[in-house]
Design a protein around this ligand. Structure first.
Ligand code: IMP
Ligand code: MG
Length: 194
């Protein structure tokens, strides 16, 4: 692990944690990329007021940074979904646990996700939100796992494409832990039972 990685790990978790492996995306790379994504969205949505829809809980850190990197009158809303399946694999059967507060009709909606793995959660969300007649619907994901079929998902904004390892940090958890880690790290601990 790099010096910076070890320092951040201590800052967020109190001491060096043997369950954390190598840093996949450093805090500095995340900030630089979020600034780029914010600038791109500012350009693409000029004179409009996009509505950022964050998918809880994982997207909350990325969403907070992204919203502040967009120089437009953005609005934010959140929804929470739960997918049936094991802790580390989704089944594609998704249930809305918390729905949006705002009406999407004629809004320029950007779904903000932490990570796209199989893409099943996103496929469901896309269909569900499209049925509410937004003016436009795009996706901004901090991470996309490589080696999956994502071409049909039409991901407009992507932070980083990462290798297949299970990762934590910057909003991503294992059994609710590590969401406050400033960087994205490989998780090498025991698989969680959920
Ligand atoms: P998908 O439906 O397979 O694309 O799963 C996406 C969701 O699974 C994400 O929003 C995360 O909540 C969770 N997830 C997938 N991979 C990881 C990971 O490496 N770490 C933490 N959560 C993950
Ligand atoms: Mg999760």
């Amino acid at each position: 692990m790099s010096e910076g990685g070890a320092r951040h790990q201590r800052a967020a978790e109190g001491s060096v944690d043997p369950a954390l492996g190598r840093t996949v995306v450093s805090e500095a790379r995340i900030s630089a990329r979020v600034a780029e994504l914010g600038a791109q969205i500012t350009k693409d949505y000029a004179a409009r007021a996009p509505l950022l829809v964050g998918v809880l809980k994982g997207a909350f850190v990325f969403m907070a940074d992204l919203a502040r990197a967009i120089d437009l009158p953005v609005e934010v809303d959140f929804m929470a979904v739960s997918s049936y399946g094991s802790a580390t694999r989704t089944s594609g059967v998704v249930r809305i646990v918390k729905d949006l507060d705002l009406d999407l009709s004629d809004r320029d909606v950007i779904i903000v996700e932490d990570i796209i793995d199989s893409g099943l959660t996103l496929q469901y969300l896309r269909r569900n939100l499209n049925a509410r007649n937004p003016a436009s619907l795009e996706v901004c994901a901090l991470l996309v796992r490589e080696g999956q079929q994502h071409s049909e998902l039409d991901l407009r904004y992507v932070g980083f494409t990462i290798p297949p390892d299970f990762v934590v940090g910057h909003g991503l958890d294992v059994a609710e832990r590590y969401r406050n880690l400033p960087h994205v790290s490989v998780y090498e601990g025991e698989p969680s039972s959920g």
